[in-house]
Design a protein around this ligand. Structure first.
Ligand code: FAD
Length: 494
């Protein structure tokens, strides 16, 4: 059965990202219709992203300045983790890769050698993203030299992003239908969904359905009965309270993640306001206490009322079942510690079009889609677990319990390999590169027993001179740095 009509159920960030890419990539023989309900609304949170969002926007042909103006964007270079290992200490997980490419051996081995020779520069002294963060600055550097690469993402308002993509999609031919989906009808033989039936009586038929109905999972869970794997034994947080504040003081180019007694607080500085929230487990702290803690630690005056959101960490056992593919919160939820939800939408959309069933829905396409999605979700989960597991806090039961988690073998092996050899095992479908794992393992206090012998190739003097030159080179672009605020002002007025 050839796919002639794609129907997207739901118009949150997931629905409109899917629609925008569908109309951009699919041949005109495939029509795209999106059904959403203003009455039901969207989850309305989600503000921090990771650098691949820029590729997504580029493929959509969005103009960066227009996109940033439309979505209240600021620049994100890193996440600053505060109080995560122990109270009073912090570290950055930047999007940069510290150091430089030095043959086959990762830079961290050279840095370990330098340390063994008494050089006390931190790994982050070799990371331009970090140097920019420390100075609350940013600029686009007019060079292709990878030493000066400053990977960045955005802090933005995902509601506005959805609305912006809606404009782009409708202009390009996506049909938008307003209304509440009441039920679906299915083919009695195949079990495939044939149509969405709206409360208005309207029927929306299709060949392939994308479930973007958020945590309701209306098509994939409710209609098809696909089961949900609960991961709360690994990530027990099940609640968040969110509030927006006015922006006060300097505009920092990073997200703040501040650990509290039973979870953590986010501060996400958008161009014109700050997104704030607390993620926690209500087994350890009540909603009222979490809200109170958040309200006591805000960076400015509140402009919205605090809102409690409940969630279940985990994912679907199959992200693609019959003729339905789940994208967004309908496919699963992982707490926003590393800003991965919008990215998981992006990668599901990219995977969907890579494996698009133009002629028929064959099991090999479905299996590949499901295998890759599972692997990707699991590596993100493990990366988030890593932050909690490596804590050394003794101030509450929550943190003690978190370092006694029964973590997956793959994660245990990865930490062991790093501890013993300094090597970081890169999984093919892992969103996070070795520099991300390295920064979090180091930031959480993991030391290595030895570094790679390839790092010993240079003589001591030559080696220390090379490291000094590299530090000097990294500082060179600081002359072109503008404050984050000044950068936004000049760039967005262009
Ligand atoms: P939703 O926004 O819930 O959209 C669902 C859509 O389905 C809506 O249009 C709704 O109207 C429609 N719908 C549902 N039922 C029906 C029906 N019966 N009939 C018709 N329409 C229907 N992600 C990040 O990447 N970075 C972050 O910093 C981040 N922070 C987060 C913080 C919290 C506390 C939470 C909970 C999530 C966060 N996320 C973050 C995740 C992010 O919010 C979501 O991934 C993103 O908004 C996508 O949501 P969605 O489109 O899947 O669902």
């Amino acid at each position: 059965m050839a796919i002639r009509k794609l129907v997207i159920a739901g118009g949150g960030t997931a629905g409109w990202m899917t629609a925008a890419m569908a109309v951009r990539l699919l041949p005109s023989s495939v029509s795209v219709e999106l059904v959403e309900s203003e009455q039901i609304g969207i989850i309305g949170v989600g503000e921090a992203t990771i650098p691949p969002i820029r590729n997504f926007n580029n493929v959509l042909g969005l103009d960066e300045r227009e996109f940033m103006r439309e979505t209240n964007s600021s620049i994100k270079l890193a996440i600053k983790f505060e109080n995560w290992r122990v109270q009073g200490e912090s570290y950055f997980h930047t999007f940069g890769a510290p150091g430089a490419q030095m043959g086959f051996c990762s830079f961290n081995h050279f840095w370990e050698r330098a340390r063994s020779l008494g050089d006390d520069h931190s790994l982050w002294d070799y990371d331009l993203n970090y140097l920019f963060c420390e100075r609350n600055g940013f600029n686009k550097l007019p060079t292709q030299n990878p030493v000066y690469e400053v990977p960045y993402a955005y802090h933005f308002d995902s509601n506005l992003y959805g609305q912006y993509l809606r404009k782009v999609s409708e202009k390009a031919g996506v049909i938008r239908t307003e209304g509440v989906i009441n039920h679906v009808s299915r083919d009695p033989d195949s079990g495939y969904i044939e149509a969405l039936h709206l409360e208005s009586g309207k029927v929306v038929k299709g060949d392939l359905f994308i479930d973007c109905t958020g945590i309701r999972g209306l098509l994939i869970q409710k209609a098809l009965g696909v089961s949900y794997e609960d991961w709360s034994d690994l990530l027990p947080a099940n609640s968040a309270v969110a509030v927006q504040t006015e922006r006060e003081g300097d505009l920092v180019p990073y997200t703040r993640s501040i650990a509290h007694s039973a979870g953590w607080q986010w501060q996400i500085p958008l161009a014109e306001r700050v997104g704030n929230g607390m993620v926690y487990s209500d087994h350890y702290i009540s909603d009222d206490e979490a809200s109170h803690n958040l309200m006591q630690n805000l960076p400015g005056k509140c402009i919205t009322d605090p809102r409690v959101i409940k969630f279940q960490t985990g994912r679907l056992s199959q992200q693609w079942a019959k003729n339905v593919i789940a994208v967004g919160l309908s496919s699963g939820f992982l707490e926003p510690l590393e800003s991965t939800s919008i990215h998981l939408i992006q990668s599901a959309v990219v995977r969907l079009f890579k494996l698009f069933p133009h002629e028929e829905i064959s099991p090999i396409l479905v299996d590949n889609f499901n295998r890759e999605s599972k692997e990707e979700y699991e590596t993100v989960r493990d990366f988030i677990v890593l932050h909690y597991f490596l804590n050394e806090r003794n101030d509450s039961r929550f943190w003690v319990d978190m370092r006694n988690l029964n973590i997956p073998d793959r994660l245990r092996d990865k930490m062991r390999l790093y501890r013993e050899t300094g090597v970081i095992q890169q999984d093919a479908l892992d969103i996070f590169r070795d520099s991300s794992w390295l920064q979090v393992m180091m930031g959480q206090g993991v030391g290595v027993q030895s570094y790679h012998p390839l790092a010993d190739k240079m003589s001591k003097d030559e080696f220390l001179e090379t490291m000094a030159k590299l530090r000097k080179a990294k500082c060179q672009p600081l002359r072109q740095l503008k404050s984050h605020e000044a950068f936004l002002k000049s760039y967005l007025s262009g």
